[in-house]
Design a protein around this ligand. Structure first.
Ligand SMILES: Nc1ncnc2c1ncn2[C@@H]1O[C@H](COP(=O)(O)OP(=O)(O)OP(=O)(O)O)[C@@H](O)[C@H]1O
Ligand SMILES: [Mg+2]
Length: 453
């Protein structure tokens, strides 16, 4: 795997020697008789490596090397140093040369080093390319979703991970607020710092203040030791305040102040403690409503709602339901050490038409349970919880605005006919009356649907 080489030397006879010697060893070489000329050559043409002498009139080889390392870090530079001048050789490596070779020049040895350098470059480019592919296809790899609604959210996440602004996540329960909060932290500049999560609804009101801001020794009866609060623990990282809507009114001004000043006073202490924390808050209820009802301070709401991110309910994510289901099947089956490969088509259809009030968490539970129950390689309808088996969607229109997930008119008709059949307990006479078609037409349709299964 040889490549094109740029040889740089202000001595023309040396250039002749290098050109001929490298050419003979399968490295087509182009000469530049000054460092300046070499730089302009590098701007217009592509080379796989540069070989340069160190002592030249004008810009010397060391400066040339430094310039190439800055402007074209992908092109390896090999410097030729005088025999016995180890110091300059080390200097060259220090500015980023790939390797050095000493005079008197042995072309075979140079060709060997060049071969390695070119290979190194090719590998580096390949790694870079693969990494880009991976980054693009799995930007938020732990969060599964390909629906329009989720893609929109991924785009938004891409744009905000590096910002420091407060994020307010909202969404029904089980939509993935916590997993998104972790992903924002894990992708952003603070990823090396801690991620600290607290559920405001789970901590007794009387303890929440000291939980968040810490307390000094003896601040209250049980406070035998001073304790750092969660803000202090999250210093340099991210603090995730889950169910922020449950934050007691009395505590809200203190949080507001902490966010504004970036410092807060532990309970029972006279001194404020500074912290450097990015805040992500989450709520599964409508905070705006809470503001209107006076249960949540408007100023705090605005302070939190700098970057609002709304997580779509699962039922608005179209085929993501199946993608997630397959993901959970793979994971649970591996954990349980059983061989279950997926869902039967009938089971898949049930999952798609269900409303999922508990969203992704409910789906996850449903799959875990099915894996434990099933006797088949594909989860069957009978493995699904009762409410899914008996659930009949009242809406026939998929709750999505992704054109690729909308269904043909025929399919809507099929769903409606089956729904009516269900409602009338399978009585075809009644069903044909409701549908306004004669019985023969209904039979034909039902026969066709049966064959479609
Ligand atoms: N898009 C997704 N891809 C993969 N797993 C997901 C996704 N969304 C949620 N999950 C998983 O579903 C479960 C529930 O998610 P999470 O706890 O983040 O939801 P939540 O919105 O915080 O719920 P709650 O409001 O009940 O606290 C978790 O186990 C999470 O890993
Ligand atoms: Mg949660």
């Amino acid at each position: 795997m040889n490549g094109r080489v740029l040889v740089v030397d202000d001595d023309a006879s040396m250039c002749d020697l290098l050109e001929a010697g490298l050419g003979a060893r399968g490295f087509p070489a182009v000469r530049a008789t000054s460092a300046e000329f070499a730089l302009s050559e590098l701007e217009t043409r592509d080379f796989d490596a540069v070989v340069t002498d160190l002592n030249m009139r004008g810009m010397n080889g060391l400066d040339l090397c430094a310039r190439i390392v800055t402007n074209r870090p992908d092109v390896p530079v090999i410097v030729i140093t005088a025999f016995g001048s180890m110091e300059t050789a080390v200097g060259a490596i220090r500015v980023g040369a790939y390797d050095f070779i000493t005079k008197p020049l042995e072309i075979d040895a140079l060709a060997l080093v060049l071969g390695r350098a070119v290979q190194h470059r090719v590998l580096r480019e390949e790694v870079k390319r693969l990494r880009q592919v991976v980054d693009q296809s799995r930007r938020f790899d732990e969060i599964i979703g390909e629906s329009t609604a989720m893609r929109r959210m991924f785009d938004l996440l891409d744009r905000i991970v590096d910002s420091e602004a407060t994020v307010l996540l909202s969404g029904e329960s089980g939509t993935g607020k916590e997993i998104v909060a972790r992903a924002i932290h894990g992708r952003g500049r603070r990823k090396e710092g801690p991620f600290v999560a607290v559920n405001c609804a789970a901590v007794p009101e009387t303890l929440l203040e000291s939980e968040l801001f810490g307390h000094s020794k003896g601040a209250f009866t049980d406070a035998r030791q001073a304790r750092r609060g969660l803000f202090a623990q999250a210093d340099g990282g991210t603090l995730f305040l889950d169910e922020i809507g449950a934050l007691p009114l009395a505590l809200q001004p203190k949080l507001l102040r902490a966010l504004q000043e970036r410092r807060a006073r532990p309970v029972g202490s006279d001194e404020e403690v500074a912290f450097d924390v990015r805040l992500i808050a989450a709520t599964n209820r409508d905070l705006e409503n809470a503001v209107e009802e006076g249960a949540f301070r408007e100023d705090l709401y605005f302070r939190l709602n700098v970057i609002p991110i709304e997580l779509p309910p699962l039922r608005a994510r179209g085929n993501d339901v199946l993608l997630l289901a397959q993901h959970f099947v793979d994971r649970c089956a591996a954990q349980a050490g059983v061989r279950v490969v997926g869902l039967s088509s009938e089971a898949a259809e049930r999952l798609l038409s269900y409303r999922w009030p508990g969203n992704v968490r409910e789906l996850q539970n449903c799959i875990e349970r099915a894996i434990a129950l099933t006797r088949f390689e594909r989860i069957a309808v009978e493995d699904l919880p009762e409410k899914l088996r008996t659930y009949r969607s009242l809406t026939f229109l998929p709750a999505t605005d992704d054109p690729t997930e909308l269904v043909p008119l025929d399919e809507i008709e099929r769903r409606y006919v089956l729904r009516v059949m269900d409602a009338v307990g399978g009585n075809k006479t009644l069903a044909s009356e409701v549908l306004g078609v004669d019985r023969k037409t209904l039979y034909r349709k039902l026969g066709r649907y049966a064959r479609m299964q």
